[in-house]
Design a protein around this ligand. Sequence first.
Ligand SMILES: Cc1cc2nc3c(=O)[nH]c(=O)nc-3n(C[C@H](O)[C@H](O)[C@H](O)COP(=O)(O)OP(=O)(O)OC[C@H]3O[C@@H](n4cnc5c(N)ncnc54)[C@H](O)[C@@H]3O)c2cc1C
Length: 363
Amino acid sequence: MSPDIHPTDLGAPLEPLPGHASRGRLERVLRRGEFAVTAELNPPDSANPQDVYDRAAVFDGWVDGINAVDASGANCHMSSVGICALLTRMGYAPIMQIACRDKNRIAIQGDVLGASAMGVQNILCLTGDGVQAGDQPGAKPVFDLDSMSLLETVRTMRDEAKFLSGRKLTSPPNVFLGAAINPFAPPYDFRPYRLAKKIAAGAQFVQSQYCFDVPMFRDYMAKVRDLGLHEKCFILVGVGPLASAKTARWIRSNVPGIHIPDSIIARLEGAQDQKREGKQLCIDVINEVKEIQGVSGIHVMAYRQEEYVAEIVHESGVLKGRKPWKHEPNPTDATVSERLEEIRQGKEENQQDMADIAASKPH
Ligand SMILES: Cc1cc2nc3c(=O)[nH]c(=O)nc-3n(C[C@H](O)[C@H](O)[C@H](O)COP(=O)(O)OP(=O)(O)OC[C@H]3O[C@@H](n4cnc5c(N)ncnc54)[C@H](O)[C@@H]3O)c2cc1C
């Protein structure tokens, strides 16, 4: 049996390992030196759990962790806490994203404890997009913490077993801590130092903004290696398929922090089937970045094209035959349904007993 599966309960945290902050699969894969794959789940605008299960199922057997976004772009969707509750229930390994835009330190520390209690092993700490980016720009922004102070807060909770106030925790949240990086936004020289600060604040892994400019990323990684940061933190490169040249142009003009060079748009424009070309382009980027020293994995953000994630991962060959965890019916499912059946039958028997008693009573 794979060491990344609990021997008796697929949904349970794994046995602790020395030198590991969490009991999750993502940290194990990275610390074993395997090339990790994570993917972003498109959060539903719905209260139906099946929507989350269906969206997670397309990643089955292809990813080591599923990111549950926290109102990215400052647009409201099902919460990251809610998505993580559903994913852990099914045995998936979520990466819970926390943005500081909508909650203060009291609410966030409570969410961290709740998430850890539900089995969340990974937390990605973000400042978050400003409210003006979303479809409710009149919302009140909180930003009590930012990504750095959030990293420090969760690390303090985990390593010192206390809240920011100093009050003791009886059971700390043993989570693997992450942050976001954007090597593609100016000021470029400052970006590796910002990563260094995030590592100093507690980041053990980072996931980058979309990489469409490999030479620019190569330069960034050269500076990261000069600073020795790739030895202190696992770096996962953000990748994703572009659906068309028109989509690429729209993203470039409307989504802050995403850099798409003209050459990429020209390649898509020149293709007969732009969607297929977008997918191939993503695979080509993966094949280049996986060879860069200090890169530990990829983070696939295939917004509204999640069905291609399996193909992209397969065709890029990054897993080298390794098979990440795949959801299968939990053995306890059968036990639960047996118990329900017992209760239902017991109820029927009780009802029959009561009917017999009623029938035997003198009127
Ligand atoms: C992998 C990934 C996942 C993300 N998920 C979410 C999410 O779930 N929810 C959400 O709200 N946002 C999300 N974002 C967007 C992210 O929060 C913003 O891009 C943010 O500006 C930079 O990341 P950060 O939050 O770690 O901010 P930090 O690195 O802490 O930056 C803090 C501040 O620096 C400034 N800054 C940083 N980058 C830029 C830039 N490119 N241009 C101008 N100013 C900048 C901003 O003022 C920002 O508030 C995600 C980004 C990435 C890469």
